[in-house]
Design a protein around this ligand. Structure first.
Ligand SMILES: Nc1ncnc2c1ncn2[C@@H]1O[C@H](COP(=O)(O)OP(=O)(O)O)[C@@H](O)[C@H]1O
Ligand SMILES: [Mg+2]
Length: 221
């Protein structure tokens, strides 16, 4: 890290100093539409002229790169950290996924707590976001060490709160109660709870969303 840049970042609160808002997306279960919500929210905010960042910290299922059709690009480093991947020429949507940094994405599944926590901790504070209106953090399912590591490393920066995601099934809504307890215990404000539509309509909706992503990514076939 260059000496001047290093001092600048320390004095100004690190890589998140020019990020106006930070929002976490949480769910008790995997597969309930957390990454989908993060992606749709980011695209909607970009649509109204906001500069948006997505931090994908789901080690076991980093799905945002696929949803935004960016594949597995090579990630570069600058003086202040990892350079996010921009999905458009205007640089209005920046993405950093933990999946980009893993040589073998399948390997992370068997990592133990401390290794995961250390990587996530470093990852959260080491991305050179620059100016952003909002940073959305897509987290793994549950309320585990990974979540605490994210919060711990965002402590210096004000986190606006969390959006909880669920589907209308007893097993999933039950998990939301645990998420609410987690938010209360960690002092994380709950900005809202999104209950996706009923499961019987999921398939049609999924097709619709995929077509939209492909259109946005310029794929016409
Ligand atoms: N509202 C929705 N309606 C229909 N399908 C959805 C919806 N949200 C997500 N899906 C689909 O469900 C699957 C899991 O979604 P994902 O967002 O990856 O969940 P999570 O991040 O919670 O694991 C994906 O195939 C996605 O396309
Ligand atoms: Mg996900």
């Amino acid at each position: 890290m260059g000496q001047n840049n290093g001092l600048y970042y320390i004095l100004n609160g690190g890589n998140l100093s020019q990020v106006q808002h930070v929002v976490l997306v949480l769910s008790g279960k995997g597969g309930v539409g957390k990454s989908t919500l993060t992606t749709e929210l980011a695209l909607a905010l970009r649509h109204v002229g906001k500069k948006v960042g997505i931090l994908d910290v789901d080690l076991c299922g980093p799905s945002i790169p696929r949803m935004l059709n960016v594949g597995r690009p090579e990630v570069h480093q600058c003086d202040s950290g990892w350079v996010p991947v921009y999905t458009d020429a205007q640089k209005s949507l920046a993405l950093m996924s933990i999946g980009f940094l893993l040589e073998d994405p399948d390997e992370a599944v068997v990592w133990r707590g401390p290794k995961k926590t250390a990587l996530i901790g470093q990852f959260v504070s080491d991305v050179a976001w620059g100016e952003l209106d909002i940073l959305l953090v897509d987290t793994p399912p549950g309320t585990s060490d990974e979540h605490l590591a994210v919060l711990e490393n965002l402590k210096k920066h004000k986190v606006d709160g969390a959006i909880l995601v669920t589907i209308p099934q007893a097993v999933s809504t039950g998990d939301v109660r645990r998420e609410i307890t987690f938010c209360k215990k960690t002092g994380l404000r709950i900005l809202g709870i999104v209950e996706w539509i009923c499961v019987s309509a999921l398939f049609r909706m999924q097709q619709h969303l995929f077509q939209r992503w492909r259109r946005r990514a310029g794929q016409t076939d």
